[in-house]
Design a protein around this ligand. Structure first.
Ligand SMILES: [Zn+2]
Ligand SMILES: [Zn+2]
Length: 438
């Protein structure tokens, strides 16, 4: 602070002493048209002229009294320039202007600082938002894995419980047999004792009849224990069996969709099991239905969704041209409409076998890391999210975050074939036998 305060003070001091140096000793003001005498003293030209006006013959310097024979002086342009500079820099308007510049510069600095402070605040807010989003997602991921762990835990508990029960049953069967045999042995021993006693008595007593014997209990044949039968259920591909069971418990698991024939454009042929749809060049026999697409070669699934999370998989194999996604129940089926969220469609589209785009207006071109054989569609009604995955490696292709409100149906368009190739169908996959993890 000390150096900052003393610097302007120093400048002011040097400016004052310079002003004194450039002051005329006669009028005590800054030189006007400064001239220099032979003694090197300076005066204003009007002042020295006026001072010498009454003198005839030799004159003297008003400052040092040195005498000169003639009234001679020289104009000093250098001093004149310095005087002009000092006059300007000490003028009111100059100072006012300087002060204004100072205030303006200060204000612009203040505004810039404010901008930076706002930027700092925004960055901090962003960091907070990232942290919050990260924490939310962490909780979500943990929840999903928790659910998977729970399924596995339940399966394990269930299987171990079953094994314990079966082991118990086997043991009980043998235990029951063992006890029956033991009882039979005891009865036989009793009878043997009675018989032995009777036999020992025959020497003294005439044996008239057999001693009273206990009725021997019937013992069933020993229960079979077949180690192979017992272990068959457990000496199995347990991981795969459990995985298949898990697959059915997944939330959302792949929805087993079917095509709704009543929605199909008249040139879409649907397979008997309603899982394959292909475009054909004849009119398919049909009945009039208000649900039917009249202009575009479109078809919907029979299953509509308006809450929860849903996932389904569609096989497109090497079909060069298709659209698929979801459509609002309310879409106009009589009109030819450009597919976009604004018109009620959230779609992925393929053209020329490799040109993949998201169905926005205009289209958003997407780069695929590998060829797209099967597409996974994920619909989260609450989060209003529609995402597309490459179902072979579950890599994300595109995600709409401005998803639908209200009821939607899975949407498909096999598109019009260019005639050079045999039309290929779009297929709905039911629990596809592909490994989802790695
Ligand atoms: Zn003067
Ligand atoms: Zn002088």
């Amino acid at each position: 602070m000390a150096t900052a305060a003393s610097a302007p003070a120093l400048a002011t001091t040097s400016k004052i002493s310079l002003r004194e140096d450039l002051t005329c000793a006669i009028c005590c003001d800054l030189f006007r048209e400064p001239v220099m005498l032979a003694c090197m003293h300076h005066f204003c030209k009007p002042c020295i002229s006026r001072y010498w006006r009454g003198f005839q013959g030799p004159v003297s310097c008003p400052q040092c009294r040195k005498e000169f024979s003639t009234k001679e002086f020289q104009t000093n342009y250098l001093v004149a320039a310095m005087v002009e500079k000092v006059r300007v820099t000490t003028s009111d308007s100059y100072l006012k202007n300087l002060e204004k510049q100072l205030r303006d510069t200060l204000e612009s600095h203040r505004l810039r600082k404010e901008d930076f402070m706002n930027s700092v605040r925004r960055d901090k807010d962003k960091m907070d938002a990232i942290k919050r989003a990260g924490a939310d997602l962490q909780a979500r991921v943990k929840g999903e894995f928790q659910a998977l762990h729970q399924i596995l835990q339940n399966e394990e508990t269930c299987m171990l419980e079953q094994l314990r029960r079966e082991q118990e049953e086997e043991l009980e069967k043998v235990q029951r047999h063992l006890e029956a045999v033991k009882l039979a042995v005891r009865e036989l021993e009793d009878n043997m004792r009675a018989l032995k006693q009777a036999s020992a008595n025959t020497e003294s007593v005439v044996l008239t009849e057999l001693p009273q014997l206990r009725q021997c209990v019937q013992v069933d044949t020993a229960p079979e224990f077949d180690i192979n039968t017992f272990s068959n259920k457990y000496m199995a591909p347990l991981q795969y069996i459990t995985w298949r069971k898990m697959f059915k418990s997944l939330k959302p698991g792949p929805s087993p969709l079917t095509f709704d024939v009543d929605t199909a454009h008249v040139s879409i042929y649907v397979s008997r099991d309603k899982t394959a749809a292909a475009e054909c060049d004849v009119v398919v026999p049909h009945t009039d239905h208000s649900k039917r697409f009249l202009q575009c070669v479109n078809i919907l699934a029979a299953q509509g969704f308006q809450s929860g999370q849903h996932y389904w998989e569609v096989e497109v194999t090497s079909k060069p041209k298709w659209d698929l996604g979801v459509a609002s129940e309310s879409v106009d089926r009589r009109a030819r409409i450009k597919l976009s969220p604004e018109s009620g469609y959230w779609t992925l589209r393929m053209r020329n076998g490799s040109e993949c785009s998201a169905g926005t207006q205009p289209w958003t071109r997407l780069q695929l890391s590998s060829s797209l054989q099967r597409v996974g569609v994920f619909l989260d009604c609450e989060e209003r999210r529609v995402s597309f995955y490459n179902a072979d490696d579950m890599s994300l292709i595109y995600s709409f975050t401005n998803g639908p409100r209200g009821k939607v149906f899975p949407f498909f368009s096999p598109c019009i074939n260019d005639g050079r190739q045999k039309p290929q169908p779009i297929k709905l996959l039911h629990y596809p036998p592909v490994a989802l993890l790695g």
